[in-house]
Design a protein around this ligand. Structure first.
Ligand code: GAP
Length: 437
C-alpha cells in the first residue's frame, strides 16, 4: 500500500487505536477535538524518534547543546517576537452551516464549499492560547502558552553560550510542547492544538547565513533519507513572498507525501537577527555575541530547523504501512526502521514444557532493559508473528528444543520472513550491531 493511498489514514487510525499507539483524548466523554493520547506503543515510538533526533542534532555535533526552557514565559517575549501582532490566521465562517475555514485555504470570495451559503468577511484570529498566572484573572496576569519552542532559546542564548563556552557558529537544541489554537486542526495527529516540536537554532556570523542555510537544508533532508523514509515521498518546498512567516527571510519546508497530499514536516528558516534584535529592543538588554579573539561584537543570524515530533511519527507510520500475503494469508506490517520500532525484539517459545519456556523467559530478561522487548507464549506461532508484524517488531526470536541442546535460537525477520539460526550467547551483539551500528 502506497503512503499516498487515500484509505491509508482510516486503516492507520484504526490500527493505532487497536494496538495501543494512539487514542482519542477524553474518549469516555466523547473525545476532545484534535487532542490525542499516546498509548504504550505510541509513547515508545515517539520516544525513539525524539532520541534519534536528539542524537543526530546534539551528540553528533560538538558545537550544539541542549536546553529545556519553560513553556510559560513573560508576555513581553511574545510581544517582541511579533506573535502578539503577527501570529494570526484569517478566519471566515459560513452564515448558513456554521462551518469555519482559514480564508487563505479556500477561495473566500466564493460561497461556502460545504453548503454554498454566504461566508463572513475574513477576521484575523490570533493562534496563541492565553491563560493567567496567579489567582487574579486580570490583564496584568495574562500570559501566553508558547506557540513555538524557539523563543526560549533566543532569550537564553547568551546564558547558554557563556556557560557552555561556545563560539559562533554554534547551536542550541530543544524538544518540547507547543500550543496553537488552530482554526482547522485535523488529519489525525497531523495538525493539532497541542504538539511537540524538535527545534535547533544555529547562531552564525551575519554574511555566512546563506551558506549555513544550504548546509542545514542538505543535512536535514539527508537525515530523513538515512532514517529510511522513501526518497520519492520527500521533497523541498520553498516559501514564496506571500507564505513567509513574519520572522523569516528565507524558508524551505521538508515535505512528505501524506495520503492527504504533500505537507510540511519540518521548516528550515533563515530568521536573520530578527528575534534577537527584537528582544534587545524591548528588554533593553544587550544581546550581542562578543568574539574577544577577533575583537568583534555582533548580533548573530539564526538558521532554524524546526520539526514536529507528532508529524514525524505520522510520516513514519504512513511510510511503513504495508499489506502483503504470506503463506496464502494476508498480513499487515509496519516496516519501521529497527531503531524507531516500539518493540525491538519478541521472544516466542515454541513450547512451554521441558524447560523451553523457562529458557525463553531467561533470554527475554537478559535482552530487556537496553531495548524494549516483548514475551509472548500464547497461540500458534504464525499468529504470534502476525501480531508482531502489525506493530513493526523487526525481529522475532523463537526458542525451541534445539535451543536447549545446541544453544541456538531462530531469528525471523519481519519484512521478508527470512529465518536464521544464531547462537544465544551472540544474540546481544547481533542486536547491538543492528541497533547501534
Ligand atoms: N519555530 C518555527 C516554527 O514553529 P512552524 O513551521 O510554524 O515553525 C514547525 O512549525 C513545525 O512544527 C512544523 O513543520 C510542524 O512539523 C510542526 N507543527 C506546527 N504546527 C503544528 C500543529 N498545529 N500540529 C502539529 N505539528 C505542528
Amino acid at each position: 500500500m502506497e503512503a499516498k493511498s487515500p484509505d491509508l489514514m482510516e486503516k492507520l487510525v484504526s490500527l493505532c487505536k487497536r494496538r495501543g499507539f494512539i487514542f482519542q483524548s477524553s474518549e469516555i466523554y466523547g473525545g476532545l477535538a484534535s487532542c490525542w493520547d499516546y498509548g504504550p506503543l505510541g509513547v515508545e515510538l515517539k520516544n525513539n524518534l525524539q532520541r534519534a533526533w536528539w542524537t543526530e542534532m546534539t551528540r553528533r555535533h560538538e558545537n550544539i547543546v541542549g536546553l529545556d526552557a519553560s513553556i510559560l514565559m513573560r508576555p513581553e517575549v511574545w510581544r517582541a517576537s511579533g506573535h502578539v501582532d503577527g501570529f494570526v490566521d484569517p478566519l471566515v465562517d459560513c452564515k448558513e452551516c456554521r462551518s469555519r475555514f482559514r480564508a487563505d485555504q479556500i477561495d473566500a470570495t466564493k460561497p461556502c464549499p460545504n453548503c454554498s451559503g454566504e461566508l463572513t468577511e475574513p477576521r484575523q484570529f490570533n493562534l496563541m492560547f492565553r491563560t493567567h498566572l496567579g489567582p487574579l484573572e486580570d490583564t496584568a496576569s495574562q500570559i501566553y502558552i508558547r506557540p513555538e519552542t524557539a523563543q526560549g532559546i533566543y532569550v537564553d542564548y547568551l546564558l547558554v553560550q557563556n556557560s557552555a563556552r561556545l563560539q559562533v557558529p554554534f547551536g542550541i537544541a530543544q524538544v518540547g510542547k507547543a500550543f496553537r489554537n488552530e482554526i482547522k486542526p485535523g488529519n489525525f495527529i497531523f495538525r493539532t492544538c497541542e504538539f511537540e516540536q524538535m527545534e535547533m537554532q544555529f547562531f552564525v556570523k551575519p554574511g555566512t547565513d546563506d551558506e549555513w542555510m544550504g548546509h542545514w537544508k542538505e543535512k536535514r533532508m539527508d537525515y530523513y533519507r538515512r532514517m529510511g523514509i522513501r526518497p520519492e515521498n520527500l521533497r523541498f518546498h520553498q516559501h514564496g513572498p506571500g507564505e513567509l512567516a513574519h520572522y523569516a527571510r528565507e524558508a524551505w519546508d521538508v515535505e512528505y507525501q501524506f495520503p492527504f497530499g504533500w505537507q510540511e514536516v519540518e521548516g528550515i528558516h533563515n530568521r536573520t537577527d530578527f528575534d534577537l534584535k527584537a528582544h534587545q529592543g524591548l528588554s533593553g538588554k544587550k544581546m550581542d555575541y562578543i568574539d574577544s579573539g577577533k575583537g568583534e561584537r555582533y548580533l548573530p543570524f539564526i538558521i532554524e530547523t524546526s520539526s514536529g515530533l507528532n508529524r514525524t511519527l505520522l510520516m513514519f507510520l504512513c511510510d511503513a504501512y504495508r499489506e502483503d500475503v504470506v503463506d496464502e494469508e494476508p498480513r499487515v506490517l509496519l516496516a519501521l526502521p529497527p531503531k524507531v520500532a516500539p518493540i525491538t525484539f519478541a521472544v516466542l517459545p515454541l513450547v512451554k514444557k521441558d524447560g523451553v519456556g523457562d529458557l525463553a523467559r531467561q533470554l527475554f530478561e537478559d535482552l530487556s532493559g537496553r531495548w524494549n522487548g516483548f514475551y509472548d507464549h500464547a497461540g500458534a506461532i504464525g499468529r504470534r508473528y502476525r501480531r508482531m508484524d502489525e506493530v513493526g517488531t523487526p525481529w522475532c526470536i523463537t526458542v525451541d528444543y534445539e535451543s536447549k541442546e545446541q544453544g541456538t535460537v531462530t531469528i525471523r525477520h519481519r519484512d521478508d520472513c527470512r529465518q536464521e539460526r544464531v547462537k544465544m550467547d551472540q544474540l546481544k551483539s547481533w542486536i547491538f550491531e543492528r541497533m547501534e551500528g
